[in-house]
Design a protein around this ligand. Structure first.
Ligand SMILES: Nc1nc2c(ncn2[C@@H]2O[C@H](COP(=O)(O)OP(=O)(O)OP(=O)(O)O)[C@@H](O)[C@H]2O)c(=O)[nH]1
Ligand SMILES: [Mg+2]
Length: 304
C-alpha cells in the first residue's frame, strides 16, 4: 500500500512511553490520540495507577503509546513506590519517550521527569500541554527558549490535549522517529486493556471525581464478575477502603452516594460497551492496604 500523504511515516511502528508529574494531562492526551476514552482522568493528581496502552495508526505508521501514573518525586507509601515502578516498567524497551508538562508553569516536580527524559537513549519529545489556557501565546516563548537550551536533543511541541490542538503535529513528529517495522496490533485495536479492567477504572473515575480530597487515594476497585448475559452485561464490583469511616462516606446517607457513583459509572460503561449494563457495587474494608505490599499484590494493581 502506498501512503503518498506522508512517506516519512509509512512502514514504521514503535512503542512510546508517556511520562510526567501528576495532573499534567497524560491520560487526556492518550484518549485524544486514540479518539476514545481508554484512560480515566480527573482534576486530582494520581488518577492513573497502571500502565495503559493506546494504539493509533497514522499515514501507514502505528504508534503504540503507554500512559503511566504521575511520577512521585518523594514516594511515601508502598503504593507510591508501586506507582513509580510502573513508570520504570513502561520505560523499558520503548522506541521513544514523551514527557508531558504544563505549558503554564515548569515546576520542581518536573525536574526528575526531565532527568529521566535526558537519560533515555531513544528519541525524546516534550509536549507542553494546556496551551488553551494561555491567551497570550508570547508568554510561552521564554519557557520554550529556556527548555530548548536545557534539553537540546528533545523536540518540544506545544499542545492542548483537551482541545486537540497540536496533537497531530506531535504524532507526526514522533512517528517519523520510530523504527521501520510491521504493525504489532490490528488497525482497529485502540488499547490492550480488557473491557473488564476498563469497567473497574470507570467506577474508580467516579470515586476520584465525586469524593473529597483525601479519600480517593484510599480506594481500590476490584471487578469480581463480568458476564455477558442475554441483553445485558452483568458486572459486580468491590470498592475497597481502609477505614470504616471511609466506608460510611462512600456509601453516603441511606446509600445515596454509592447509588450516584454507580449510576454515573454504569452510564459511562453503557456508552463504552454499547450495551445495557447491570452494575452491582459493594464497599469493603481492609486496613492499611496502601502500605501493605501483600495487600497490594493481592489486589493485583500491578497487572496491565
Ligand atoms: N485546559 C486544559 N485542561 C487539560 C488539558 N489536558 C488535561 N487537562 C485537565 O487536567 C486534569 C488532569 O488531567 P489527566 O489527564 O487526568 O492528567 P494525568 O497527567 O493523566 O494525571 P495523573 O494520572 O494523576 O498523573 C483534568 O482535569 C483534565 O481535564 C488541556 O489541554 N487543557
Ligand atoms: Mg493519568
Amino acid at each position: 500500500m502506498s501512503h503518498p500523504k506522508n512517506p516519512d511515516l509509512a512502514g514504521r511502528c514503535g512503542h512510546v512511553a508517556i511520562i510526567g508529574r501528576p495532573n499534567v494531562g497524560k491520560s487526556t492526551l492518550i484518549n485524544r490520540i486514540v479518539g476514545q476514552k481508554i484512560a480515566i482522568t480527573s482534576r486530582k493528581p494520581q488518577t492513573t495507577r497502571q500502565r495503559v496502552l493506546g494504539i493509533t495508526n497514522l499515514d501507514g505508521a502505528q504508534l503504540i503509546f503507554a500512559d503511566t501514573p504521575g511520577w512521585q518525586p518523594r514516594p511515601r507509601t508502598a503504593f507510591d513506590k508501586l506507582m513509580n515502578r510502573q513508570i520504570g516498567r513502561a520505560l523499558n524497551e520503548v522506541d521513544a519517550v514523551l514527557m508531558v508538562a504544563d505549558a503554564r508553569a515548569w515546576r520542581d516536580e518536573d525536574e526528575p521527569v526531565a532527568q529521566m527524559l535526558l537519560e533515555a537513549t531513544c528519541p525524546r519529545f516534550l509536549a507542553l500541554n494546556k496551551i488553551d489556557k494561555i491567551t497570550d501565546k508570547t508568554l510561552l516563548l521564554p519557557l520554550l527558549q529556556s527548555l530548548t537550551q536545557r534539553l537540546p536533543e528533545v523536540e518540544i511541541v506545544p499542545i492542548s490535549a483537551l482541545k486537540g490542538r497540536g496533537v497531530n503535529d506531535l504524532l507526526k513528529t514522533i512517528g517519523r522517529c520510530l523504527p521501520h517495522a510491521v504493525p504489532l496490533y490490528p488497525e482497529d485495536q485502540v488499547t490492550d486493556q480488557s473491557e473488564r479492567a476498563l469497567a473497574g477504572e470507570l467506577l474508580r473515575e467516579q470515586l476520584m471525581r465525586q469524593l473529597g480530597e483525601e479519600l480517593p487515594y484510599a480506594v481500590h476497585v476490584a471487578i469480581t464478575a463480568f458476564e455477558d448475559r442475554p441483553g445485558v452485561t452483568y458486572i459486580e464490583a468491590d470498592i475497597w477502603v481502609e477505614k470504616s469511616g471511609q466506608k460510611a462516606i462512600v456509601i453516603g446517607r441511606q446509600g445515596a452516594r454509592l447509588k450516584e457513583l454507580g449510576t454515573a459509572a454504569r452510564l459511562a460503561l453503557e456508552q463504552m460497551l454499547g450495551r445495557t449494563v447491570y452494575l452491582q457495587t459493594r464497599v469493603r474494608e481492609r486496613a492499611g492496604w496502601t502500605q501493605d505490599p501483600v495487600a497490594l499484590s493481592q489486589i493485583d494493581l500491578g497487572s496491565g
